[in-house]
Design a binder for this molecule. Structure first.
Ligand code: FE2
Length: 334
């Protein structure tokens, strides 16, 4: 039986989750920093430092466990913002050393995908849409650990687009959820940029900001979100046909959007494929997905011995990162 404590700290959330290979997810606790002026690395670290112990205690209490009941430490090793990411990775390494436990690192996007597989029961032959603050990618699982990036954003992540526009409108907290509540369904023409299998959002943002003086901001918010999601779904639909996949899987912070869920349901229905979605609790940044993905990585690659933070960790590098960690650990023990 493997019982994993997973730590998430790649951006504004410090999250701790516990996964048990027999009983499933036992807890998923977090604390998220909100600020009106975007992510300032120093503030994020301060928030995580201040809240880590409380979140850890809550996660153990909810699972009715103590640290002695844990037998694997898992941590998100990237991609993420350097300072908060390193804070979580350092804590994970300390806990593993102190408790004399094995440790593994996982890719944050991979963890979003795997928790969606776990909760939906759809585990292969899908096209994954990973949409969050810093990421927008269309992925295909060649194996459970080897993802092919079929398309992605050429500039900012879709969540960054929403955050930037929400901030310009003075909404708080400035993110997609607030923007969605503020938006009213009336379409205003805005740029739509799809280049092959890739998308670009900066033209859409610039144009929406420019139209703010002359157009109803809630109509602009709706149209900006609508175009951004439609662009992503167009590329996903193309990927679906290219790979002849049987399902669409969507995950990440922006997959919490009600508008997005409505749009993807239509796309899945039109194409006659299944749809894998997960609860908002797992689409936001959280520790349970890190715990579950760590369990999978541990089963496949074994103990890393030590985890290094990789701020620009791309999902297709997973096998190389895991193999390298394993090699280095064996060198040290020789
Ligand atoms: Fe995330």
């Amino acid at each position: 039986m493997v019982r994993v404590l997973g730590i998430e700290s790649t951006a504004h959330t410090i999250g701790i989750g516990i996964f048990d290979s027999r009983r499933g997810i036992l807890s998923n606790e977090f604390s998220t920093h909100s600020s009106p002026h975007g992510f300032i690395p120093r503030e994020l670290v301060e928030h995580h430092q201040r809240n880590f112990v409380t979140v850890l205690k809550r996660a153990l209490e909810k699972a009715s466990l103590s640290l002695d009941d844990i037998n694997l430490i898992g941590v998100a090793q990237g991609p993420g913002i350097g300072a908060p990411l390193k804070f979580g990775v350092a804590l994970a390494n300390y806990l593993a050393k102190h408790l004399e436990l094995p440790i593994v690192g996982v890719n944050h996007g991979f963890s979003h995908i795997k928790i969606t597989e776990y909760t939906s029961g759809i585990t292969s032959d899908y096209i994954a849409i990973y949409i969050s603050g810093g990421n927008t990618q269309i992925l295909y699982p060649k194996t459970p650990f080897d993802y092919e990036v079929l398309g992605e954003t050429l500039d900012i992540g879709i969540g960054n687009l929403f955050d930037n526009f929400a901030r310009a409108l003075g909404l708080f907290p400035p993110h997609g959820g607030t923007l969605e509540k503020f938006s009213k369904k009336r379409y205003v023409e805005l740029p739509y940029t799809v280049k092959g299998m890739n998308v670009a959002f900066s033209g859409l943002l610039t144009s929406a900001l420019r139209k703010l003086k002359t157009t109803n901001p809630s109509h602009l918010s709706y149209s900006l979100m609508h175009n951004a999601f439609a662009m992503v779904l167009e590329t996903a639909e193309r990927a679906l046909h290219l790979k002849k996949a049987k399902a669409l899987l969507a995950c990440g912070g922006a997959a919490q959007s009600v508008l997005f869920k409505r749009m993807i349901k239509e796309v899945a229905k039109e194409n006659g494929v299944s749809l894998a979605l997960t609860k908002d609790e797992y689409n936001r940044d959280n520790g349970a997905m890190i715990a579950y993905a760590s369990y999978l990585v541990f089963k496949e690659f074994g103990d890393f011995g030590f985890v290094q933070a990789i701020p620009k960790y791309r999902v297709e590098e997973l096998r190389r990162v895991a193999s390298l960690a394993f090699e280095q650990k064996n060198k040290k023990t020789l």
